[in-house]
Design a protein around this ligand. Structure first.
Ligand code: NAD
Length: 445
């Protein structure tokens, strides 16, 4: 099938590369010429495990990138919209979606064949039917369902595991205005045999995505609230408490042979220094705003956001416990990406924590195996150094703050074991054994 994907960010590029790998002919469209050039050279503009190999294998073998949206729409039978949908401070910002819908609509004016337009971006319920569809009709002067189709297909990939998630999805959720649109979408995904596919209306599709993300964010903030209470209780450790909670067989079912299944969602039921990224924060905010606009206040989601906004600063409270002042204290901030396996620093808890440390006069040595360059664009160079290796970052540090669960950080006990003075290690992800270093502290402890 000939497919165009508009927006080649984390979702668009991964989707494009994977659909090409599955045998489709894919044209990735972006307004960013640098990104397009890099993709055409086989060099991914973002970091995602396995993306480089797959891109290299497929580029110019059924996969290409361009800034020419018109040509891409004319040459393909299906266009997938995967541009960003940020939160503008009050509600979801549909500016990029509206622009792309209008641009595609203008091309449809000159296209005789039936073309399907599918929204993959995360959008609030009603966006596909009441924003995208009318824009396409106005710009094309044609009628949806007659001359072109409109559909919705939310994306559930996780950054850091995006290729795996796309190639072996847990579900494919589809919605379409008419039978023809649904049939095109079924053909697109027919290569994903055996995967649960849910066909429903576009509004349900849109709501499914927000509900799924809000549930996971709620589990994280719930665990963090419990963790904060544990920390103040004395002789209570949130990590132990959550281990006991996970043993509930409704969370981790026991098979007949007594083997226990540990679903990955239990990782969302652990205390830490907060969630970040380009999805959870903005999606929870957008859903809350959407509910309020429809006279359905969402106090629970408000609390999820409040807990999360203050959670990174628990790291500052913890480091403050160990020093009378942070003026001149050498602090290693480890992990700048919002999670391991990505270079995405959007809403990463490491950013406000580093800024606060600098404000308090600490001398910061920051390190991330992948996201260093991206973080440097935001944090600058004033009062902060960027280490090339983990070992350099922690040399001479008086305090070490673990902000991201990169597996490389498991070497910290071994590395500091060789040092003369022992820094305090403040574990924002509770990933180290607390007796593995001389001076350990962490969230929920
Ligand atoms: P992103 O910011 O990484 O990428 C968006 C891309 O769209 C950019 O490359 C930008 O240059 C391009 N773009 C903007 N306007 C354009 C235009 N007019 N024409 C062509 N290209 C244009 O965004 P993302 O993280 O990939 O997210 C995209 C959507 O997918 C969002 O709605 C997001 O909520 C959703 N989503 C993201 C993830 C994730 O993990 N990042 C997961 C699931 C869903």
């Amino acid at each position: 099938m000939n497919v165009s994907i508009v927006g080649t960010g984390y979702v668009g590029l991964v989707s494009g590369v994977c659909l090409a790998e599955m045998g489709h002919d894919v044209t990735c469209v972006d307004i960013d010429q640098t990104k397009v050039d890099k993709i055409n050279q086989g060099s991914p503009p973002i970091y995602e495990a396995g993306l480089g190999e797959l891109l290299n294998k497929n580029i110019h073998q059924g996969l290409k990138a361009t800034t020419d949206l018109r040509a891409a729409v004319l040459e393909t039978e299906l266009s997938i919209i995967a541009v960003g949908t940020p939160f503008d401070g009050k509600e979801i910002d549909l500016r990029f979606i509206e622009t792309v819908a209008s641009q595609i609509g203008t091309v449809l004016k000159e296209k005789a064949d039936y073309h399907v337009v599918v929204v993959k971006s995360t959008v609030v319920p009603g966006t596909t039917d009441t924003v995208v569809l009318p824009i396409l009709e106005t710009a094309s002067g044609k009628k949806a369902g007659e001359s072109f189709g409109v559909g919705m297909n939310p994306e559930f990939l996780k950054e850091g595991e995006a290729i795996k998630d796309f190639m072996a999805p847990d579900r494919i959720v589809l919605g379409g205005l008419d039978a023809k649109t649904l049939s095109v979408l079924r053909t697109l995904y027919q290569v994903f045999e055996g995967v649960d596919k849910l066909e429903t209306n576009c509004k349900n599709d849109e709501m499914i995505k927000y509900t799924a993300n809000s549930l996971l964010a709620t589990m994280i903030s719930f665990s963090n609230e419990i963790g904060n209470l544990c920390a103040l209780t004395g002789d209570v450790d949130a990590a132990e408490v959550m281990k006991g909670v996970h043993l509930d067989k409704r969370l981790t079912p026991i098979l007949a042979n007594r083997e226990r299944i540990v679903p990955s969602f239990t990782t969302y039921l652990e205390a830490g220094c907060g969630f970040g990224g380009s999805c959870f924060p903005k999606d929870v905010k957008a859903l809350k705003a959407y509910g309020e606009k429809r006279q359905s206040p969402m106090p629970l989601l408000g609390a999820v956001l409040d807990v999360n906004a203050s959670q990174p600063f628990k790291m500052i409270e913890l480091v403050n416990k160990h020093f009378s002042s942070l003026e001149g204290v050498r602090v290693a901030v480890l992990g700048l990406a919002f999670k391991p396996g990505t270079d995405d620093i959007r809403e990463s808890p490491a950013i406000p924590v580093t800024q606060e440390l600098l404000k308090l006069g600490a001398i910061v040595n920051a390190y991330d195996p992948i996201a260093q360059h991206e973080a440097q664009q935001v944090l600058g160079n004033e009062g902060i150094q960027y280490a090339d290796t983990l070992a350099t970052a922690i040399t001479d540090a008086q305090a070490i703050l673990i902000m991201t669960r990169w597996s490389e950080f498991r070497q910290i006990p071994k590395l500091i074991g060789q040092q003369d003075t022992q820094p305090v290690v403040i574990d924002g992800r509770r990933m180290l054994n607390k007796s593995s270093v001389a001076n350990y502290d962490g969230i929920g402890l």
